[in-house]
Design a protein around this ligand. Structure first.
Ligand SMILES: Nc1nc2c(ncn2[C@@H]2O[C@H](COP(=O)(O)OP(=O)(O)OP(=O)(O)O)[C@@H](O)[C@H]2O)c(=O)[nH]1
Ligand SMILES: [Mg+2]
Length: 439
């Protein structure tokens, strides 16, 4: 006894197929409604699946007394049906195309028809173009996530180092494309040389902030950024670095202003720093007050450091309010966005976007002592073309702050062996820029 299962868009078509294959002596056991055809899971249509058997005494073309003749109207089914399919008449077949009932069920054919129809329908074209975009994105993600199988083992090792350091995949692939284009086979074979080449490429992407010279007095530096990143501590460090007597440099006349006067704790914090250093502190909480204080400090002062209240980048209203207050400083004021070294990528992108309206000149990276994974910050800043001005490396005022320099940032990368001398030769530090604190 031979069993069969056939599928078609409608009952008649299914029976035709069965007859064509097995002759007229078939027994139908069950039928069910199914979804058929389609392309990438879209445009499927309802169809029917019919199962049955051919009694063993009948061949394909045989015909006998027990042959079960199906009605053209399609109501006769032997055995219990699984689905609740109501058998359609040929004239009202599911395909809606009576002329096509004898065509074999062919996926390519169905796909061709759907696509031909899609060509005429703008809505379907739109869906298809979205499907295409999704498919391309999935392919791109797959490519970024998986190293090419033929990749050199040293490149795979280097890729792991990039990943340990949280470099963005898009940034990593940019550097890898450069390596593949610019490095010789000799460099590829020598992991140390390959690592040096990668570090130079990363270093070239780190943009170090340079002040516009000559600076006009008073210079105004404003620190903005999310809560708790270390703005006030950094303001105190900067005040000490530039304002306290220093044998290596002429010290500047520094003033501190805080737009954080509503929080008692914040006020006490900066007041304490001011007292210890003998540097005057002013508190303001409106644009008018800030304007007056700035006017007061405009004579006989070299550097005004402005501390702001930390706000979540999601608090757009408060950020807008702060921007309005800061407008009192005028366009000459330098705005620094303070971010924590360990900020995760998605937060970092949010912060940069939310603080963009402030038009910050540069970024200060704080708490560099707390993480060895700064690849994401380096990648994001490189992609956005933002510079770094200072890094802070601990809680101690005033010693734990340095001018940002490329080699120092490269040394923060985990697992990379940085050859100081070689890298310093490639990325020399401007001695004038160095903070001479403590010498
Ligand atoms: N490990 C480490 N801790 C730091 C550093 N800078 C600041 N901190 C600490 O971070 C905490 C918050 O510092 P604040 O200066 O008060 O931060 P803030 O951005 O002014 O905070 P809000 O005014 O509340 O937004 C304090 O405990 C600081 O001692 C740093 O470079 N490394
Ligand atoms: Mg603060």
């Amino acid at each position: 006894m031979e069993q069969f299962t056939e599928q078609a868009y409608d009952w008649d078509e299914c029976l035709d197929k069965i007859r064509e294959k097995y002759g007229d002596n078939y027994q139908i056991l069950r039928q069910k409604a199914i979804r058929m055809g389609g392309f990438l899971g879209l445009f499927t249509r309802q169809g029917i699946e019919v199962s049955g058997y051919i009694p063993s005494r009948y061949g394909k073309s045989g015909s006998g007394p027990l042959g079960y003749q199906q009605s053209k109207a399609g109501g006769m089914v032997s055995g219990g049906g699984e689905g609740s399919y109501s058998v359609p008449r040929r004239e009202s077949g599911l395909r809606g195309d009576p002329g096509s009932r004898n065509e074999p069920l062919d996926f390519e054919e169905a796909k061709r028809k759907v696509l031909a129809a899609a060509g005429k329908d703008p809505a379907i074209q739109q869906v298809l173009s979205t499907v295409r975009e999704i498919k391309e994105k999935i392919e791109q993600i797959d490519q970024a996530a998986q190293p090419a199988p033929e990749e050199h083992p040293n490149l795979q090792r280097l890729r792991e180092l990039f990943d340990i350091n949280d470099f963005l995949p898009s940034y990593r692939e940019k550097v890898f494309a450069r390596i593949k284009k610019e490095c010789s086979l000799e460099t590829l074979e020598d992991f140390d040389a390959l690592q040096d080449a990668a570090l130079v490429m990363i270093g070239e992407d780190i943009n170090i902030f340079r002040e516009k010279s000559p600076l006009r007095s008073p210079r105004v530096m404003i620190l903005v950024g999310p809560t708790g990143v270390g703005k006030t501590t950094t303001i105190a460090k900067l005040a000490a670095v530039y304002g306290l007597p220093n044998p290596a440099k002429t010290s500047l006349r520094v003033r501190m202003i805080t737009i954080d006067s509503l929080r008692i704790g914040a006020r006490n914090q900066i007041e304490a720093y001011g007292e210890i250093m003998g540097i005057p502190v002013a508190y303001v909480d409106s644009q008018e007050e800030l304007r007056k204080t700035m006017a007061l400090f405009s004579e006989g002062v070299d550097l005004i450091l402005i501390d702001t209240f930390g706000k979540s980048p999601r608090d757009a209203v408060k950020l807008g309010e702060m921007k309005r207050i800061l407008d009192a400083c005028g366009s000459r004021a330098e705005l620094y966005l303070t971010i924590m070294a360990s900020t995760k990528t998605s937060d970092l992108q949010d912060i940069l976007r939310q603080f963009e309206p402030f038009g910050y000149q540069s970024v200060i990276i704080t708490k560099v002592d707390e993480t060895m994974r700064m690849g994401n910050i380096i990648s994001v800043l490189a992609e956005k073309g933002k510079s770094v001005s200072y890094i802070t490396t601990g809680q101690t005022v005033p010693t734990d702050i340095q001018r940002a320099d490329v080699v120092r940032l490269l040394c923060c990368l985990e697992g990379f062996k940085v050859k100081w001398e070689k890298m310093e030769e490639r990325f020399p530090v401007n001695k004038y820029d160095e903070i001479q604190w403590g010498r």
